[in-house]
Design a binder for this molecule. Structure first.
Ligand SMILES: [Zn+2]
Ligand SMILES: [Zn+2]
Length: 674
């Protein structure tokens, strides 16, 4: 029988580690958290230093009993939960609940490889109380906010709604963006471009240039007729090369992934939402059956905000780059990436655990999504240790002037032609980053690469092939996607590696936000909830305030601030807003001009967890209620019904008001066909 017991939180991870540790170790799984705050009570003793009152999660008693049985007769008990605050806390709970007073050691590793696991057991340690304090601090803060705010939403809007601390800030960003979009008015502007060529050269020499200045003034054309009149004046002018500027440009590789950048890129490249990316990354981290006896961990831990990389991994990458791309792709010194100031814990970037396991080599063992994400992590890591790409950028100033000066005195039209040529591929050989949000820049860059400028000389006369005015409109800021919201949260200092995905997941689950074609749209309910929170709790769901709380939690983890202190600092102003809101919030009544068909009293709009509906104002005497239809006719021919917004676990859909007689449904609201 094994002398040692190792407890982890997931069965796959248990299997992967078990193979590495061998027969002396019995590895079992706790299946996640075992104790937590109670579901229906506050579970925090506000009077006594905000002490959390934990209970065993319903249904987990059996696991507890099993773990206790497994521990019998073992000489050593190790807890090897994930290497972050959450993992430390799960481990600590297991120790406190089952093995109080016994010698239980903590082992933590950022990847499940023989080397990393052996090192971790060599360095088995006591639990890190500071990390646990920070986790408890977050849990208690979130609990207090959710527990006290939710009933206010019930009072004002509808029963069953809930609000969370960080999620509400995410919702606020989305609602504010929506309002910017609604307020936005598009402005018309015109661009004038020309296609020029070298008159005395045979073969292709066409290239494009854009009108940049008129008489040294930056060109601004807002009306069609102005564009036309400029075009008229340009016809018949001489186009002459004024100046040729050539610059060498370098594009540096991106840092290896951390949680936020992985989530962003997986969205931009594959449209994976943040939760999906984390789920797949976790599978790759915990271990996948790749045709050996047991699963093998393929990437390092996926919750991290540090771009650091172990020296051995860098060395392996450099060797691999030399073999696969050539020695000239390896920089003289390894590339180093700086962590942000707030980076938590001594983590590593997300990278492949074994450079020798190329995506190509193991693709038969991974499903489609796994292989795509693995390839992304793998190539990004290689690229991060490669040389920059080099471009030669050309900008040519072209003057359209003479032979006849314009009657209005306008004369000098300056055009600019830009082109760019890749001179050395560098990291682009392994990885090409495309930011959806920067897609326009990217398109511009692509345009430049397509614009092949022939060899030109100063003073050279060019032929005019085409002259094209084009109409454009300024665009409103785009709605957030998973990717751009995570970027914004990170920039504002709100998110942490463990929270980006849950923030988005939660506001969608509550139907405050809907993901439509990849973009996050606030629902009517979400806007109502947000407006109430902003009105009564402007500080609690303030971006800067939330960022400051996150920083303080980091300080707790570092041991420079006490958990009780930050909870006290938070609670007093919070309690004040809370008391004010409790005294002042009243139910909002939205009247309609429709009358109840049972009692004749007016109908009013009410909100439920699942959207709004019409209810008799005489409720509870009259319990009549009606759905609110969208006004769009049912898609079935001759059906008199109209479509009604309905909700299922998978999100919003539209069903016929004639249900159950008619079972027509649609994901999107079709347009009325009349
Ligand atoms: Zn009625
Ligand atoms: Zn119908």
């Amino acid at each position: 029988m094994s002398k040692n017991l190792v407890i982890v939180e997931s069965p796959t991870k248990a299997k992967t580690i078990s193979k590495i540790l061998g027969d002396d170790f019995r590895v079992v799984s706790s299946m996640g958290h075992i104790i937590d705050l109670p579901a229906k009570k506050l579970g925090v003793d506000v009077e006594d230093k905000f002490k959390p009152v934990y209970v065993v999660i319903p249904g987990r008693k059996k696991i507890l009993a099993q773990l206790k049985k497994e521990a019998k007769g073992k000489e050593n008990i190790y807890i090897a939960t994930d290497p972050d605050r959450e993992g430390e806390a799960i481990g600590w709970q297991i120790k406190e609940k089952l093995f109080k007073g016994k010698n239980v050691l903590r082992v933590s590793f950022h990847e499940i490889t023989p080397h990393a696991v052996a090192e971790a057991f060599k360095n088995a340690r006591e639990f890190d109380v500071k990390m646990i304090e920070a986790q408890v601090g977050r849990r208690v803060l979130d609990r207090m906010v959710g527990y006290f705010l939710s009933p206010l939403l019930w009072k004002k809007i509808a029963r069953g709604l809930s609000a969370g601390r960080v999620q509400s800030v995410g919702l606020r960003l989305i609602v504010e963006r929506e309002r910017q979009i609604q307020k936005f008015t598009a402005n018309e502007y015109w661009e004038i471009s020309v296609e020029l060529f070298k008159p005395k050269v045979s073969g292709q020499s066409n290239f494009c240039a854009k009108l940049d200045k008129i008489d040294n003034q930056k060109v601004e054309i807002s009306r069609n007729q102005d564009a036309q009149s400029i075009c008229d004046q340009l016809k018949g002018k001489e186009f002459r090369v004024l100046e040729i500027k050539k610059t060498e440009k370098k594009r540096y590789p991106p840092a290896p992934f951390i949680t936020s950048t992985l989530q962003q890129e997986a969205f931009n490249k594959f449209r994976f939402n943040a939760s999906k990316t984390m789920l797949i990354a976790q599978q790759l981290y915990e271990g996948i059956d790749i045709g050996e006896d047991n699963p093998v961990g393929l990437i390092t831990y996926m919750r991290t905000d540090s771009p650091n990389v172990a020296a051995e991994a860098i060395q392996e990458a450099r060797e691999h780059i030399g073999r696969s791309f050539g020695k000239n792709f390896i920089p003289d010194k390894p590339n180093v990436y700086k962590a942000k100031k707030s980076a938590q814990e001594a983590h590593e970037a997300i990278r492949p655990s074994y450079i020798c396991r190329s995506p190509e080599a193991i693709k038969d063992f991974l499903n489609h999504d796994q292989i795509r994400l693995y390839e992304l992590v793998y190539n990004r890591f290689l690229a991060s240790q490669m040389k920059p790409a080099e471009f030669l950028a050309t900008a040519v100033d072209i003057l359209a002037d003479k032979p006849s000066p314009c009657p209005q005195g306008l004369g000098k039209y300056l055009f600019v032609a830009s082109g760019s040529r890749l001179v050395f591929e560098g990291f682009l050989a392994a990885y090409n980053k495309i930011q959806a949000e920067e897609k326009e820049d990217f398109d511009e860059e692509k345009e430049k690469a397509k614009n092949v400028i022939p060899p030109l000389e100063q003073g050279e006369l060019l032929g005019l092939k085409t002259l094209t005015p084009s109409q454009h409109f300024t665009k409103p800021p785009p709605r957030f996607s998973d990717s751009s919201l995570i970027k914004a949260l990170e920039e504002e200092g709100i998110g942490r590696p463990s929270t980006y995905a849950p923030i988005i997941y939660t506001i969608i689950l509550r139907d405050y936000v809907r993901r439509i074609k990849g973009y996050l749209n606030p629902s009517e309910l979400g806007i109502k909830v947000n407006d109430m929170l902003v009105e009564y709790f402007p500080k609690i769901i303030d971006v800067k305030f939330t960022a400051a709380v996150e920083e303080k939690l980091d300080e707790v983890a570092e041991g420079t601030l006490s958990r009780v202190k930050i909870l006290e600092d938070f609670y007093l102003p919070f309690k004040e807003s809370l008391d004010f809101a409790q005294a002042n919030i009243v139910k909002e009544i939205i009247t309609t001009d429709q009358l109840c068909d049972k009692c004749g009293k007016p109908l009013i709009v009410k909100w439920g967890r699942r959207g709004k509906f019409l209810s008799c104002s005489a409720f509870p005497e009259c319990k009549n209620s009606k759905s609110i239809t969208s006004g769009v006719k049912c898609g079935v021919e001759n059906c008199p019904g109209e479509l009604i917004e309905r909700h299922s676990k998978r999100g919003v859909f539209y069903g016929c008001s004639n249900f159950p007689k008619c079972t027509f449904t649609s994901r999107d609201l079709p347009e009325n066909k009349e």
